[in-house]
Design a protein around this ligand. Structure first.
Ligand code: NDP
Ligand code: GDR
Length: 361
């Protein structure tokens, strides 16, 4: 029997990698996409199957994490063996501007899915994965952070995810559901959202290199993160649902870099060494011609910042036999390579007199 998976957030970075991965494993994959005024399926268009043909194994449904009726309907129709709850308002800075919506989609959204499983009597059939986050550690209480490290969330996003974490644990304990949390540290890729810092950097530097943009404005250059590759991390999401007993796992590389380090690594890939002058709130990065190409803009500072995160993935290594395969350097190189290709296309269009999409924030 082919296994059936349902992915919320299938149009996002992780959802697109996970859908690809599960299809290759022979799953029938259902995904929930939300209604938008323009197409929002760029990341999964390569997996698209014509809805008019029969025997499809990749099927999309309209739904929303804020709408129980859609979630119950889809789960009832799909009867999934596994649900990966990846959908979220996932931007930490935006959560300060949209705290209530973030709580609704990220905290109550998880509850709605768990409750749908229970109401539909699927609690012994359907396994549930919750996309938990290293942001739960926030103001860190212990370094490196592991499964037993106390949480101290520092944003509306992290507080919402704290609820989702505990409601997952609670449904596991209260109803005997196979429900688990992957506490994933930052993971990136060429399809990372353009406003997260890594992609913002690789995209901007590639564009600066080709003369499409003059400079890049960033916030806290001293923030440190444990950055891995999304491709490595989605495999773990699947593995967590294949165990005998549901458990929560930290997924991380165990290596940490600062935002400034990331800029340097990306610049190096492009052959553009950066000279830094000043520090923290008033810092600038110059290229070899003396042009200021990176500058701090306090607009990007957060009301409460997570200064440092470093994960200890020992439990995942021991119990799941997992180690990340893609290094920091390869991750940066791949992201830069893909953004350079996109920028070359833009440069070509521009040179031929066509308008290009210049949006950045
Ligand atoms: P993305 O922001 O790339 O994707 C989020 C997905 O959720 C998108 O498909 C988005 O749809 C969808 N979504 C957002 N709001 C709703 C809603 N109200 N109803 C239905 N769908 C919605 O995130 P990632 O792929 O990077 O992350 C996946 C999950 O893992 C998220 O829950 C995130 O919080 C969590 N996480 C991510 C980490 C990372 O480093 N990437 C680390 C730890 C946890 P649309 O495409 O239309 O915007
Ligand atoms: P994060 O990722 O908040 O860790 O959440 P992000 O890339 O947004 O920020 C990482 C660090 O970089 C600093 N920073 C900037 N961030 C952004 N976005 N833009 C900037 O210009 C900038 N300058 C400096 C930030 O202050 C921060 O310290 C991500 C998301 O994917 C979450 O959904 C996920 O849960 C966590 O990773 C783990």
């Amino acid at each position: 029997m082919q296994k059936i998976a349902l992915i919320t957030g299938v149009t996002g970075q992780d959802g697109s990698y996970l859908a690809d991965f599960l299809l290759k494993k022979g799953y029938v994959v259902h995904g929930i996409k939300r209604r938008a005024s323009s197409f929002n399926t760029d990341r999964i268009d390569h997996l698209y199957q014509d809805p008019h043909v029969s025997n499809r194994n990749f099927i999309l449904h309209y739904g929303d994490m804020t709408d129980s009726s859609s979630l119950v309907r889809i789960i009832q129709q799909v009867q999934p063996d596994e649900i990966y709850n990846l959908a979220a308002q996932s931007h930490v800075a935006v959560s300060f501007e949209e705290p209530e919506y973030t709580a609704n989609s990220d905290a109550l959204g998880a509850l709605r899915v768990l409750e749908a499983i229970r109401i539909l009597g699927l609690e012994k059939k359907t396994r549930y994965y919750q996309a938990s986050t290293s942001e739960l550690y926030g103001l860190v209480q212990e370094t490196p952070q592991k499964e037993t490290t106390p949480f101290y969330p520092r944003s509306p996003y992290a507080v919402a995810k704290l609820y989702a974490y505990w409601i997952t644990v609670n449904y596991r304990e209260a109803y005997g559901m196979y429900a688990c949390n992957g506490i994933l540290f930052n993971h990136e890729s060429p399809v990372r959202g353009e406003t997260f810092v890594t992609r913002k950097i690789t995209r901007a530097l590639a564009r600066i290199k080709l003369g499409l943009q003059d400079s890049l404005f960033l916030g806290n250059l001293d923030a440190k993160r444990d950055w891995g590759h999304a491709k490595d991390y989605i495999e773990m999401q699947w593995l967590m649902l294949q165990q005998e007993k549901p458990e929560d796992f930290v997924i991380a590389t165990g290596v940490q870099y600062s935002v400034r380090d990331f800029v340097d690594a990306a610049a190096q890939e492009l052959g553009m060494a950066i000279r830094w002058v000043g520090n923290g709130v008033d810092e600038k990065g110059y290229d070899s011609d003396g042009n200021c190409i990176v500058a701090v803009d306090p607009r990007y500072f957060r009301p409460t910042e997570v200064e440092t995160l470093l994960g200890d993935p020992s439990k995942a290594k021991e119990k799941l036999g997992w180690t990340p395969k893609i290094s920091f350097k390869s991750l940066v190189a791949e992201m830069v390579r893909e953004d350079l290709k996109a920028s070359e296309r833009d440069a070509l269009c521009r040179s031929e007199g066509f308008k290009t999409f210049d949006h950045h924030e």
